[in-house]
Design a protein around this ligand. Structure first.
Ligand code: FJE
Ligand code: FE
Length: 311
């Protein structure tokens, strides 16, 4: 007998929770709309935080540490300069992506690159924090960086997809994910729809960036949503239907992100995410004493934050 494969089950995922991401202040003069990671949605395994951020110089996220997870920064407008204590430095430009595995420890700054040059730019993007399983939490830090022109794209029937992680219609992203993740950026022209495969047992969400659409079941016009809304999809299905049925004539842009749940205990203290309180205590100790991965932070300060006179 043929088992019913994940692909063949064909059940729709419906929206089980909808949240509007309000603005809040974070870092130094930066504004974020946090959806995952706020009180009502503490952790959506394996996702720890989703921030839609906006920084206008002089502002940003000056020197701070991370341990135990990955940060994925995807620029929507403007650019961000990053510098870390190991000497890694660069600019994430509009449409570009940085997939950072903090692993056992990184101290870095993330600031608009225009700080100090007199011009005002709005720098906007998404930052997603993806948890790492216990066996990957203390790996050496690493980066995967892709410029906008090198991000895989596909287009079909009024649907444009940028493939940040995973694959779509046989087109693959070159990002390697330690925690299996699918991350797609969809733009649907008016009247167009998708029926997108999602692995059966993975958690999945939609975050709307622009326009207005229906999610979950196009025929019954389920779950309308517009910009800055987080839609948590229920389990028990292997595809998402989304439809730009708006009469405004505007495109609908959203990200669809899905990840394999890790299923381990999570103990978080700000930018440190481990499995137990003992490991968090050890991490604080390592950070304060510059040990076990934080060695290079002892004599390091970012150029960007120094230029702003933050030290
Ligand atoms: C952080 C506060 C913070 N969201 N989105 C506390 F603001 C941050 C932090 C960020 C961040 C950075 C960018 Cl580029 C985009 C963000 C929070 O840096 F890590 C802690 N612990
Ligand atoms: Fe950071």
């Amino acid at each position: 007998m043929m088992p019913i494969s994940e692909e063949a089950s064909g059940k729709k995922r419906l929206v089980v929770k909808k949240l509007f991401a309000r603005q809040q202040h974070e870092g130094f003069g930066a504004v974020v709309r946090r959806s995952i990671g706020r009180f009502e949605l503490r952790y959506f395994d394996p996702f720890l935080v989703l921030d839609e951020f906006s920084v206008t110089a002089p502002a940003g996220f000056p020197d701070h540490p991370h341990r135990g997870f990955e940060t994925v920064t995807y620029m929507l407008e403007g650019e961000i300069l990053h510098e870390d204590c190991e000497g890694h430095k660069g600019v994430i430009r509009e449409g570009g992506l940085q997939w950072m595995t903090a692993g056992n420890g990184i101290v870095h700054s993330e600031m608009p690159s225009s700080n100090g040059n007199g011009t005002t730019t709005h720098n906007k993007g998404l930052q997603l924090w993806i948890n790492l399983s216990s066996k990957h939490k203390l790996v050496l830090p690493s980066y995967q960086e892709i410029e906008s022109k090198d991000i895989a794209e596909a287009e079909k029937d009024g649907v444009r997809v940028r493939i940040i992680a995973g694959e779509w219609n046989g087109v693959k992203s070159k990002i390697c994910t330690r925690t299996p993740t699918m991350y797609l950026d969809f733009t649907l022209s008016p009247g167009s729809k998708i029926s997108q495969h999602i692995p059966l047992h993975w958690n999945a969400f939609v975050y709307v960036l622009q326009g207005h659409g229906h999610f979950g079941d196009a025929r019954s016009q389920h779950s309308p949503a517009s910009a800055h809304h987080m839609l948590i999809l229920g389990l028990g299905g292997d595809r998402l239907e989304a439809w730009n049925g708006s009469d405004s004539g505007l495109p609908l842009r959203f990200i669809l992100v899905s990840g394999e749940p890790i299923g381990e205990p999570v103990v978080q203290f700000g930018p440190f995410v481990m499995n137990t309180q003992e490991e968090i205590d050890q991490t604080i100790d390592d950070f304060e004493n510059f040990t076990n991965g934080f060695e290079k932070a002892r004599h390091w300060k970012s150029q960007a934050a120094s230029d702003l006179g933050l030290f």
